[in-house]
Write a protein that binds this ligand. Structure first.
Ligand code: MN
Length: 294
């Protein structure tokens, strides 16, 4: 099943180019803050899925193109990310990274702000007036379905709810000039496009055999396969759950392959992951200056 969230914090099931509005079957769905209904839906999935399926059968579809998609989980408790998880990418970042060639195996994971999420109907908004370099990173997002604490890799795939496409937008350091912490550089609002929907795990036969591609203005920038991850999905879940409790709805960005490059206002960024989906977001510049400039 493909689950999407659209304007007004409504929930849809996607089939082909149609969206079926199943909001009435999702407890708590709506714009009330905090919008945590998708976490609850995933936590209660076994009980909720039949009602979702029944609602899908009862309603008429609308063209997917007629709605504006939000992040398919607008408010996960955690957005976790793997650094340096593809060897060829580690080679290309060089001096613009503080990781000094260490992989996710040695570095562990980092966090992105939940507030940085944006959906397929949004835009990547760069800080107004910035002369810094901003990069795209094309990543498979793993969506957690059950509370996970100290889960060994041999059991970890049972904790996966599904998958989504994720762009980890990053402001690069300028060595010796500006070396903000990674969480600052990656947590600007709209710096984590997620979507266009969550596809449930049963529809992805092997998440470690997915072509992962990203284009800037229709020019191919990234084209890799999830089989080349250094710390694979069960090992990521083992790692993170050894430190903290993963919750239903949590998002793990599994790291970017090679081909990372700069984006500027006016660009159009398309991400496509095999068996998951594809979405395109424009890059814009914020309308107003932030009080602290970057
Ligand atoms: Mn990344």
């Amino acid at each position: 099943m493909r689950l999407a969230v659209f304007e007004g914090h409504r929930v849809g099931v996607i089939e082909g180019d149609q969206l079926f509005d199943v909001t009435d079957a999702v407890e708590g769905a709506g714009p009330a803050w905090p919008p945590v209904y998708m976490n609850r839906l995933m936590a209660n999935w076994e009980a909720a899925a039949p009602a979702i399926a029944a609602r899908r059968r009862a309603v008429k579809g609308v063209p997917l193109s007629s709605v504006r998609l939000l992040a398919p989980n607008p408010c996960p408790v955690h957005v976790i990310a793997a650094p340096a998880n593809y060897r060829k990418h580690i080679g290309e970042i060089g001096a613009r990274s503080v990781s000094k060639g260490r992989t996710a195996e040695q570095q562990g994971f980092f966090m992105k702000a939940t507030a940085s999420l944006v959906g397929a109907g949004g835009a990547i908004e760069l800080p107004k007036g910035s002369t810094r370099r901003f990069d795209h990173e094309s990543e498979l997002a793993v969506i957690i379905g059950r509370r996970a604490r100290n889960v060994p890799r041999s059991e970890a795939m049972g904790y996966v709810f599904g998958y989504s496409c994720l762009i980890d937008v990053t402001m690069r350091i300028e060595p010796g000039v500006a070396e903000e912490e990674r969480v600052t550089r990656k947590s600007f609002e709209t710096f984590t496009p997620l979507g266009p929907w969550i596809v449930t795990a049963d529809e992805v036969s092997d998440p470690h055999a997915l072509r992962n591609r990203l284009w800037v203005n229709d020019e191919a920038r990234q084209d890799a396969n999830t089989r080349d991850m250094i710390v694979n999905i069960p090992a990521l879940i083992e790692l993170v759950s050894s430190v903290m409790t993963l919750n239903p709805g949590d998002v793990i960005a599994s790291g970017t392959p090679e081909g990372v490059g700069p984006i500027v206002p006016g660009d159009s960024i398309r991400i496509g992951i095999q068996s998951v989906g594809e979405m395109t977001l424009p890059v814009t510049e914020a309308a107003t200056f932030s009080p602290r400039r970057f």
